[in-house]
Design a protein around this ligand. Structure first.
Ligand code: NOJ
Length: 803
């Protein structure tokens, strides 16, 4: 079943059937103000924090309600509908609707009863409030008298949980009133005579507003129950049915902002108005609303600014391959998804409510990788931030608090940190994620001087970036398990695999191996010969152990438990085959040719499905060891033999590094959201964003996907496609191009900004190969290998690779 299509030119996903199998969402805003909106205008908003700054309510696990509703009422017939299909939900034979999710905005076009409407929702760039613009056109042959009403349901407390569950408190601190062109909600309004600098019990007055620009407010309501009416719903609110909101304030009731405006339209006439909402004090709200007096022009200008901002980021890499699914994901949707994870981490979606009180170390360091090629300066800033969350012993803080204060933080060694964050100990892998991320940043920019930049440690001490990385290596070197592999500590990437403090994970061992390769290249640049020989010895030791203990005929094992049990042997009755150790054996550069080929063949034979490769198989059920937490999940779900999407990116990269273009692309397609657009009822999630996992073959719902948007998948798949399939592999001195593509591609082109120069790259594949290069030209000059040295870059550099 198909619910929509990709409008690649506009970079919009267009939903033509609003009855999608799940709410299909978009993100609006910035770290200062976030809004999430579904294709039926469901969703919520928050200032700064999804957990503590929630101003618009949304009921999780509900019916995609409430939302940012705009009702339109014909005052002659008394019929009414909504600018988004829901909540009124008119018969789709009569109500024509289209939702266009774009980059930082969503548009709802509706056509009903001779009235056309376009509702556009966005957060203006560098602003902390949101606009619901409505253009309404009389497409009938007669004059129409309409009432247009905007409705926003406020939370009674900015803390999401307090609002939902502690009603004996939160109901009695909220009230609304009307001023000029806006409903003002006050939380703790009774503290108005207490100075802001002297909060009572840490509380001050907070205000939210819901205002109208471009039309006069005819009536208003600040009380949700009175607006909706008893035993009614958002589908048929009393205030809409009556055509009058009766100017009602709330006081100890659920608050809302609802404003009606009367609009007369001659045949063919159109009018634009805007509802505006945010968390601002009244004078600031007044200033904001007044600035929209030239409503239509201001909205158009702001939307153009927003589009330009986003599209200019995407222009840093654009590809044109024979696969429209690949193009749309790389050029727009995977890139956009990467920015969302970069900005929101795992804070706010329809699945995550924002209660996680910080950034996960490994998540954030990985998320950065997805945008390095598009916004290296943004990446650098975040890398520095994450380095400043590294403890001076070299380990990463498992959770970096939103209040992170470098140089002054407590650590997992302090009871206070454990109590506040709930993280009992360091994790074996956190700081090891820095190596690919820092390497990719330096390779993209050539900014080797970054290695000498000084950055504070989280608790105490300051060191250069190079020093931070050395300490990360040291952290692992000092925490080895009984076999000499990095000890599991609290966990590795897999939350459901607790090997024990002294357990050992091959995944982490491969990360450690790779970290040593990266730091050796930096040590070479720094001419740090003593350190180079130290690393050479360490890496050789590690290699020996991995080869002797972890290679199991046709696969790498998953690790050893603290009790000495081997996990992931081919003879195990359950979980005998694991995906990540196989792909990371290749990515890390550890596996030799035979191991690489055999282990990835095993993946293909044992784990692959039409929706991607299982994280492991068979699922745990009767043979789970004590730390095999995956067994808590239904078989075929999440870590228990689900298709974990993040791991697909690593698999794509690994296959590409082995020059298996056909397989790399096959894995891309199996799990690519866009590739399921025409069968969206199977995947159920948005066809334009990744999710955390897809149910595996052990599930009766094989193929259904979950946990939309905020997942590490966006960045791993981006890296797998850009470095892997497209073969764009920069290093500090230039750019290597080594595509690994399906043999049926006859060629493709790419445009890439690289170190302030524009590269126009053409790849030709006349003989139907999967990889390799037979001829390579830079600005017409033939070179021996497919590598562009930095000094050959010109303003526009034309590159041709013949495979
Ligand atoms: C924790 C990682 O940070 C996250 O990205 C991943 O989804 C899970 N582990 C997998 O278990």
């Amino acid at each position: 079943m198909k619910y929509g299509f990709f409008d690649d030119e506009k970079r919009e996903y267009v939903i033509t059937r609003p009855d999608t199998p799940a709410p299909w969402a978009n993100y609006l805003g910035s770290p200062d103000y976030g809004a999430i909106i579904s294709n039926n205008a469901g969703g919520y908003s928050f200032a700064k924090s999804g957990a503590n700054g929630r101003l618009l309510r949304y009921v999780f696990n509900g019916n995609d309600q409430p939302g940012r509703y705009i009702y339109i009422r014909d005052n002659e017939t008394k019929d009414y509908w909504s600018a988004s299909w829901q909540p009124v939900g008119k018969d789709l034979n009569e109500y024509k609707s289209e939702c266009r999710h774009g980059t930082g905005y969503s548009i709802f076009n509706a056509d009903y009863a001779g009235i056309k409407s376009t509702a556009t929702y966005y957060v203006p760039l560098n602003s902390a409030y949101e606009i619901w613009a409505l253009k309404i056109t009389n497409d009938s042959g007669k004059k129409r008298e309409l009432t247009v009403t905007g409705f926003a349901e406020f939370t009674n407390n900015s803390n999401y949980e307090q609002d939902q569950v502690n009603l004996q408190y939160s109901l009695f601190i909220s009230r609304t009133l009307f001023e000029k062109n806006r409903v003002m909600q006050q939380i703790h309004g009774n503290l108005s005579d207490v100075e802001k600098s002297k909060p009572v019990d840490n509380k001050i007055v907070t205000e939210r507003f819901f205002g109208i620009a471009g039309a006069e407010a005819d009536s208003w309501c600040g009380d949700k129950e009175r607006f909706v009416g008893l035993y009614r719903s958002y589908k048929n609110p009393a205030g809409i049915e009556n055509g009058n909101l009766n100017n009602i304030a709330s006081y100890n009731e659920n608050s809302c902002g609802a404003i009606s405006a009367k609009i007369s339209l001659n045949p063919g006439e159109a009018k634009t108005i805007a509802f505006i909402t945010g968390m601002k004090y009244s004078d600031e709200a007044d200033r904001i609303i007044s600035s929209y007096s030239d409503t239509e022009n201001k909205i158009n200008t702001e939307l153009n600014e927003l589009k330009n901002w986003w599209h200019s980021k995407f222009r840093n890499l654009q590809v044109n391959t024979p696969s429209k699914e690949f193009n749309t994901m790389i050029n727009t949707w995977n890139a956009y998804n990467c920015f969302m994870t970069f900005i929101w981490s795992r804070a706010a979606s329809f699945i995550y409510c924002g209660l996680r009180n910080g950034y996960g170390y490994r998540d954030t360091v990985q998320d950065i990788q997805g945008i390095i090629h598009l916004a290296p300066e943004m990446a650098k800033e975040k890398i520095v931030f994450m380095l400043s969350a590294q403890v001076n012993n070299g380990g990463g803080l498992p959770l970096v608090k939103f209040t992170h204060n470098p140089g002054h933080e407590d650590t997992p060694d302090d009871a206070s940190y454990v109590k506040e964050t709930g993280h009992p100990a360091y994790r074996a892998d956190d700081a090891l994620w820095l190596f690919p991320t820092v390497y990719k940043y330096i390779a993209e920019t050539g900014d080797l001087a970054f290695l000498d930049q000084k950055v504070p440690y989280a608790n105490t001490d300051t060191g250069t970036v190079y020093d931070h990385l050395k300490r990360a290596v040291n952290f692992s070197a000092q925490r080895l398990g009984p076999h000499g592999l990095p000890a599991g500590l609290y966990a590795d990437w897999n939350d459901c695999l607790r090997l024990g403090k002294n357990g050992e994970s091959t995944f982490v061992a491969f990360q450690y191996y790779y970290a040593m390769t990266v730091i050796r290249s930096f040590a070479e640049y720094k001419k740090d010969s003593e350190y180079i020989s130290y690393i050479n010895d360490k890496q050789a030791e590690l290699k020996k152990i991995l080869n002797e203990l972890c290679w199991n005929t046709d696969r790498f094992i998953r690790g050893f438990t603290e009790a000495g049990e081997t996990i992931g042997k081919r003879t195990d009755p359950e979980a005998s085959m694991w995906l990540n150790p196989q792909s990371w054996a290749v990515i890390s550069g550890f596996a030799d040719e035979e191991q690489s080929e055999k282990s990835l063949d095993s993946v293909n034979r044992i784990l692959n499905t039409k929706y991607g490769a299982l994280l492991m198989d068979p699922p745990y059920h009767s043979h789970a060891f004590e730390g095999a937490l995956a067994v808590i999940y239904n078989a075929g779900t999440k870590e228990n033999a689900g298709i974990f999407s993040q791991s697909q990116g690593w698999l794509i990269l690994a296959e590409s590094l082995l020059n298996h273009g056909n397989r790399a692309f096959q894995y891309f397609m199996e799990n690519a959201p866009a590739a399921w657009n025409n069968n969206a009822e199977i995947r159920k999630m948005e066809p334009y964003c990744y999710g955390q996992f897809t149910e595996g073959k052990a599930s009766p719902h094989f193929g259904r996907s979950h946990v939309h948007w905020l997942t590490g998948t966006a960045s791993t798949v981006m890296v797998g496609c850009v470095e892997g399939i497209l073969g764009l592999r920069p290093d500090a001195a230039g750019l290597k191009i080594s595509p690994s593509i399906p043999s049926e591609w006859k060629g493709f082109t790419m445009e890439k900004n690289f170190r302030d120069k524009r590269l126009l790259i053409t790849v030709e594949n006349p003989e139907g190969k999967e990889s390799g290069c037979s001829e390579f030209y830079v600005n017409g000059k033939k070179l021996e290998e497919a590598y562009i040295p930095q000094e050959m870059l010109t303003e526009t550099t034309e590159v041709k690779l013949i495979m």
